[in-house]
Design a protein around this ligand. Structure first.
Ligand code: AHM
Ligand code: MG
Length: 335
């Protein structure tokens, strides 16, 4: 690696001025996520070696099996975020309700709320497939000095001040945006330092990859079925290929680099889709738009959906704008 390559720490400081509130607090917040990411990365890498794998016989509030590393990652991110007098509340996929952080001498003066999926795609861990962390950051909207309220978390995605993901893959990467484009940093594991490896990430103009769990095909809305058929059709302008890891961060990351669309639509089995609006779809939508892509629920922009519940699910179409628009055309056509 070029020794002049910017580190994530340096990049955060250099770009602090671009942030409209520019208090340095958001920079500190991203730094604490960076630190937690390294700790989780270390543990994820050891997953095959130590006895940390496997179900602990509990299910999380979504009724899904929860694995030990999910809980571990949840604890690591929480403690990194709690102790810095910046965050007033955290909502996590692993917690039923949001957590209130009192701040210095119980003054409730901290400004930011963080919504997080500490370890997404965790069913992939025990088969050595990439997983990720997804985070979303907002300014609180209720007055400072009082405990954070639910409405501080139920903001539209377009109010996000930052969002990002960490992918624990063949390399570990930290990818984030504060609304000034998307930058990706790769961890040098020998030094424990993230280096700017993917500056100004953009979806390529044309996408050719479709990522969807076709196992649900018979239960999909007609528009989705028709879009799948369109992508499979043997036409010169459609050299499409299907790729599905089943790990949102990994599927999204590949599609952003190579060009493609990720779909998790509603189905007769899951009428609202599977992914969670607040800590899965909104942050990915923010990153996608900042990289020149789009994210909708098949009809509406994800970041304009008015959230009603902390763990709300949403149908998710995300990737190259051209592909998302085409899929929407089928959704409208077969409504
Ligand atoms: P999780 O939050 O329980 O890990 O579920 C989210 C994951 C996504 O990462 C992935 O894209 C999707 O679920 C896969 O779902 P399916 O196995 O139904 O295709
Ligand atoms: Mg998840």
């Amino acid at each position: 690696m070029d020794k002049n390559q910017l580190t994530l720490g340096e990049f955060i400081i250099e770009n602090q001025k671009d942030f409209k509130y520019s208090s340095g607090e958001l920079s500190k917040l991203i730094n604490s996520i960076r630190l937690a990411a390294k700790i989780v990365n270390h543990q994820v890498n050891k997953a095959g070696l130590v006895d940390i794998l496997g179900d602990i016989g509990e299910t999380n509030i979504q009724g899904e099996d929860q694995q030990k590393l999910d809980l571990y990652a949840n604890d690591v991110f929480k403690s990194a975020l709690i102790n810095r007098e910046i965050v007033c509340g955290i909502a996590s996929e692993e917690e039923e309700d949001f957590i209130t952080i009192e701040g210095r001498q119980n003054t409730h003066e901290n400004k930011y709320v963080v919504l997080i999926d500490p370890l997404d795609g965790s069913s992939n861990i025990d088969v050595n497939v990439s997983v990720g962390t997804i985070f979303s950051i907002y300014r609180r909207i209720t007055p400072s000095g009082k405990p954070v309220q639910k409405e501080d978390f139920l903001q539209q995605g377009k109010e996000q001040v930052a969002a990002g993901y960490i992918i624990y893959g063949t390399s570990t990467m930290f990818v984030y945006t504060t609304g000034h484009g998307v930058n990706g940093f790769t961890l040098n594991p020998a030094l424990g330092t993230f280096y700017l490896s993917h500056p100004a990430m953009r979806f390529p103009k044309k996408g050719t990859i479709l990522s969807i769990n076709e196992g649900n095909y018979t239960r999909f809305p007609q528009g989705v079925k028709e879009y799948i058929k369109f992508c499979q059709a043997e036409e010169e302008d459609r050299p499409y290929t299907f790729r599905y890891i089943g790990s949102l961060v990994s599927d999204f990351h590949r599609n952003m680099i190579k060009g493609g669309i990720y779909l998790y639509p509603s189905s007769s089995k899951a009428p609202h889709g599977k992914l969670r609006l607040l800590y899965e779809s909104n942050p990915m939508a923010f990153i996608a738009e900042q990289a020149g892509g789009s994210a909708t629920d098949g009809y509406n922009r994800i970041m304009e959906i008015e959230p009603k519940k902390l763990h709300e699910r949403v149908s998710f179409f995300c990737g190259n704008t051209e592909m998302v628009e085409k899929a929407e055309e089928f959704m409208r056509g077969f409504q």
